[in-house]
Each structure stands twice: as C-alpha cells, then as structure tokens.
Design a protein. Sequence first.
Length: 133
Amino acid sequence: MRPVLVVLALALLGCPKSIGDSCSLSSDCSINADRICDLAQPGGYCTVPGCEANGCPSEAVCVSFDADAPRLRRRFCMYGCNGNDDCRDGYRCVPPDPPACVQSPSAILRTGRSCNHIADTSPAYAGWCVRAQ
C-alpha cells in the first residue's frame, strides 16, 4: 500500500514550478513559500522578490527594476532568455537598456524608458521574459 500512497502524494503535488511559469497563488510556485505569484502579470508569474546578484535559480536572472531611483529599486528573479522563443506565450524577451541607465543631471528618464538591468555579475542570459505589449 505504501508505494500507492507515495505515487498519489507525488501526483497531488505535481512538478515544482520554475521562475516565469504561470500561477494563480503563491503556493502554486512553491509550497516552501520561497517564491511568490505575481498576479500583476498575465496568467501570473512565479518569481522571487528581493533577489541578490547571482542568487536566482539557474533558469533565471536577478533583475533590478528602476535601478536609477534607489527608493523605487526592486529586484526580482525573472525567467532568463536570449530571444522571444525562449519565453512562454504572451511574453517576450527584453534586454537591459544601458543607455537609459546613464544618470542625467536631473535623474529623470525620457518617457517610456526605465533603468532596468541584470544584477548578476556574469549573466547566462541576454534578457528576461516580460509580458508582450
């Protein structure tokens, strides 16, 4: 009987979700509460908030959002990509925008630009997956 219980338990738990996978609850991403479900993204997006450089799972990169404004700076593990085909349906691969990260005297970016960059020291990916617009 025990092997049946093990198989049943594994079937109920399913495979663990990766960074960037769809979700509807944070528990969909991890039963260990080490990942959250970002419901602001279409279909949800499994991520790790507050990541450190080189601290994300192998399929992801640590991205610093609004890095030019320290009080607004947030870091999240994002699914790494080298092209749009690496991302799930409805998402696209975006590279960092180094020209936008150059500090201006007023520290104000042009409309539509943001200073988002990969915090990892030797990233394995050229960008990260975000919703297609």
